[in-house]
Design a protein around this ligand. Sequence first.
Ligand code: GMT
Length: 389
Amino acid sequence: MNPAEKRRLKIGIVCYPTTGGSGIVAVELAHALADRGHEVHVISYAVPVRLDTLRPNLRFHMVHVPDYPLFEYPPYSLALAAQIAEVSCKYDLDVMHVHYAIPHAISGWLARRICGRSNMPLITTLHGTDITIIGKDKSYLPITRFSLEESDLVTVVSSWLGEKVREVVKCSCPYEVVYNFVDPEVFKPRKNGEPRPFPTDPDVPVLMHMSNFRPVKRVQDVVDTFLGLRERMRAQLVMIGDGPDAAAAKNQLYASPYADDVHFLGPQQNAEKLLPFADAFLFPSNAESFGLAALEAQACGVPVIGYTAGGLPEVIEHDKTGFLCEVGSVDKMIDACEKLFRSPELQQAMAQAARERASTQFLLKPAVDRYQELYWQAMVKLESQSGAV
Ligand code: GMT
């Protein structure tokens, strides 16, 4: 498409509304596209966390799943397809961008068939568990492979995830890597002397963990690292989020001799107000496609300690912006925390490098430029295939 023809687009964005990273990425992208003057329609079953529904150029459309006594399992995928089809037709959308394959990609495909919008590209962004879950249970493999092959463009949030698509889904569709991003004006280091917004001893370093407490996050390793570290030196642990493994971690930590040094804050929507107050961020996932929380921590000037696994090595520079250890090597993580906490100079140097890396390599603007360019490319491709160009 001639750059002069690059006009204001009407874009549909489908995402999960929960606190997970895929919803956050979709929402920040929606905000940025709306701020550039595009007309953005966000579709989800609840108002997504962080979505500014009153923003100019942005509209939110709630998926309504009808209640019917016969439905033991309400057909959410169909309700979503119906909503996507309705919005696509009513607003004459140019592009449909779905975040997370299951079930959004197949609902998007179905919606396009329903409303006969064969010239509206379907773009699918894969976020991680939508692919890795298939590695464990193949039930969704055929439908995922089909919906990726039928998408006009597939994007992944790390090179590691791209390789997983090939390995697990065995899909030969081309994909683009578009890294997740952060706004360094929102996620930024704390000011000198700014008090912590949670009740901790100001003179004792804080180790922080934030996640959905699912098995992939290896919360037990967070617990073991903290308890091991605490045997060696004074430290405090701040835990943010909730999920299946939260209760066990809480019970174990509160029953330990260091209960007073542990603070569970539960799910928090304003991570940017908490992350800057950590001295290290612990993120020992074993198959994290990207690790948005680790990027946000770095942007806040917080070194990250995690595992050499998944896409994390693409986000964290080992020995510079944090430490990456072999999966399961809790002792190495204890050593890394101790090293950081005993040397304020090292902690400061890594904090600065982390901030620098996040605010230069993972910026919002180039990522939004790229998505916008990909929308245009997909539109041109479809137009030329239909002989309209
Ligand atoms: O499993 C999660 O952590 C939730 C999931 C989601 O849908 O938000 O997170 C995935 O997408 C994020 C945004 O792209 C990535 O930063 C996370 O690394 C990824 N999680 C996993 O791969 C486990």
